[in-house]
Design a protein around this ligand. Structure first.
Ligand SMILES: CC(C)(COP(=O)(O)OP(=O)(O)OC[C@H]1O[C@@H](n2cnc3c(N)ncnc32)[C@H](O)[C@@H]1OP(=O)(O)O)[C@@H](O)C(=O)NCCC(=O)NCCS
Length: 183
């Protein structure tokens, strides 16, 4: 899978444009991930979250994973991030995402993730995608359910911002046999 990482086209949906995150996004990333209610729901980000943390994301994570900046069509401003993390010993990738709080509640993440899922199935040929959410985050559970993910188990997952393990729900979406990419 890693050799395919260079193949990362911009993606379009009805309301969104998804593009590669860039240096000009540092402030928008810090302003959003620096909010406790965002950071505590993500596994891998520290809190407080600084511009150096955003630069680490841009320099180390973005080249190694399929990650897109979510922008509203007609605006270049980063509203959130969605991506697929390749799994080391499996032919799957993990879907992850966050959105700045000002944009919550409008169906945007479901729309963005749907485009990334289509990319994972159609262009990467992945047979399945996984995701995990902390069990005190029902909005994320609802996003995954709307996308067709189903629960496969419960685990304790480390959360860097919280500094300890948090109860989490594991989810999977298998590529349908008659998969067709959404418009
Ligand atoms: C989770 C997150 C991405 C959702 O983004 P969003 O664009 O608001 O999501 P959508 O609007 O597509 O869908 C949210 C769904 O959750 C529901 N929801 C929201 N808050 C809820 C709550 N407290 N309890 C139950 N359902 C809730 C909404 O009603 C909606 O479902 P519906 O369409 O059936 O009405 C966003 O809240 C976020 O970025 N949170 C912080 C970071 C995070 O949690 N990332 C995911 C880590 S696993």
């Amino acid at each position: 899978m890693p050799r395919l990482l260079d193949h990362r086209p911009d993606l379009q949906t009805e309301r969104l444009s998804l593009r590669r995150p860039a240096d000009r996004d540092v402030d928008a990333i810090v302003n959003a991930v620096g909010v406790w209610d965002v950071a505590r729901r993500l596994a891998r980000v520290p809190y407080p979250y600084t511009p150096d943390d955003a630069r680490f994301f841009l320099e180390r994570i973005v080249p190694a994973e399929w990650v897109w900046a979510i922008t509203l069509r007609g605006s270049d401003h980063l509203a959130g991030v969605v991506g697929l993390t390749p799994q080391e010993h499996a032919d799957t990738a993990e879907l992850g995402y966050w959105l700045a709080p000002a944009h919550w509640g409008h169906g945007l993440m479901t729309e963005a993730a749907r485009a990334v899922i289509a990319f994972g199935f159609d262009h990467l040929g992945l047979p399945a995608l996984t995701s995990e959410y902390f069990d005190d985050n029902p909005a994320s559970g609802r996003v995954l359910a709307k996308l067709g993910f189903v629960e496969t188990g419960r685990i304790l997952r480390p959360c860097v911002a919280i500094g300890g393990d948090v109860r989490a729900v594991r989810m999977i979406l298998e590529r349908p046999t008659a998969w067709t990419a959404p418009d």
